[in-house]
Design a protein. Structure first.
Length: 319
């Protein structure tokens, strides 16, 4: 009998507005901590398997225009076992809170459907090869993208889809029906396989980029967070603001927060690879600070381009 997972958790983050995408397993649901009568059947044994968690991709985004009609992306299996990857173009939408979700998912959510309807897809314009790759540990694969055609009447400032690389569980991951039922009476064994993926934007621009930005509604908030994801949460000052897209094209760049008028040294807060796509006019950005500002101290927020004109100052404010 062919083996297949009885339960599959798919975790896929797309950076997509970000310079990097991080794949994380979707958490398995926790068993309720309730008292069980002695006569009740014991809880089903659970095995959790991670599939293809070590994947690297470069670059983190690709752009095309009338002079650049092809690009290459490199993926690399950093794991210790062979892995097979599915390679596809998927349309994704950015929401005002910075989340990036598949258009097909957004269409089912009333608050997200209006945004998803504004996405200008590049799927019909791009060709991708190969569509699947099996890589041994330490092995890489070059993925080629090219503009195959531009339909008549394509007048949007830019079109976008997301190159998405997803691991495919091997055939021997999971349990057969016989294995699932081969435990003690009244017991059922099942396995959860976490599948990982990475996603980067592929953008086609039809003319000269119109990239302009502003920063609005900046203010300090406080929250208990772990800055490195490992240490215990602590009270942290967070600069929150709206990054506003004023031009026709998407934004992509870096944010720094410093003491106003002070140059040099480390910034109090930094966020790299922050994007705003054309389906939204603005998005909320939260940047943790290394320290709370003193009473009366002014902070300066800058947003610099890391796309069409790297290093160019696009927006600055002193709230």
């Amino acid at each position: 009998m062919t083996r297949a997972p009885l339960a599959l958790a798919l975790a896929l983050t797309a950076a997509l507005g970000a310079a990097s995408a991080y794949a994380q397993p979707a958490p398995a649901p926790a068993a309720p901590a309730a008292a069980t009568p002695a006569s009740a059947a014991p809880a089903a044994p659970v095995t959790v398997t991670t599939v293809g968690a070590n994947l690297n991709i470069s670059p983190k985004r690709v752009t095309f225009d009338r002079s650049r009609r092809s690009a290459t992306v490199y993926i690399y299996n950093q794991g210790t076992a062979p892995a097979t990857f599915d390679i596809a173009l998927i349309d994704r939408a950015m929401l005002p809170d910075g989340q990036i979700i598949a258009v097909s998912e957004a269409a089912t959510k009333p608050n997200a459907k209006a945004v998803a309807d504004k996405v200008q897809s590049a799927k019909a314009m791009l060709q991708v090869s190969p569509r699947r790759a099996t890589l041994a540990p330490g092995q890489g694969q070059t993925i080629r993208l090219r503009i195959a055609s531009v339909p008549e009447g394509a007048t949007a400032a830019e079109y976008r889809s997301h190159l998405t690389i997803t691991t495919i569980p091997p055939a021997d991951v999971g349990l057969t029906a016989e294995q699932a039922a081969s435990n003690a009476p009244n017991e059922l064994r099942f396995q959860i396989s976490s599948v990982f993926g990475l996603s980067i934007p592929a953008i086609i621009r039809m003319g000269e980029p119109d990239v302009r930005a502003a920063i609005e509604n900046a203010h300090i908030e406080y929250a208990d967070i772990s800055l490195d994801g490992k240490s215990p949460p602590k009270r942290t000052a967070i600069m929150s603001f709206d990054l506003v897209r004023q031009g026709a094209n998407s934004l992509f760049g870096n944010i720094e927060i410093r003491q106003a008028g002070k140059r040099g040294g480390d910034p109090l807060g930094i966020a790299r690879g922050v994007g705003v796509y054309p389906e939204i006019d603005r998005r909320v950005v939260h940047v943790p600070l290394s320290g709370a500002p003193a009473a009366g101290e002014k902070l300066e927020i800058t947003f610099t381009d890391d796309d069409t004109s790297p290093g160019k100052l696009l927006a600055k404010t002193v709230p």
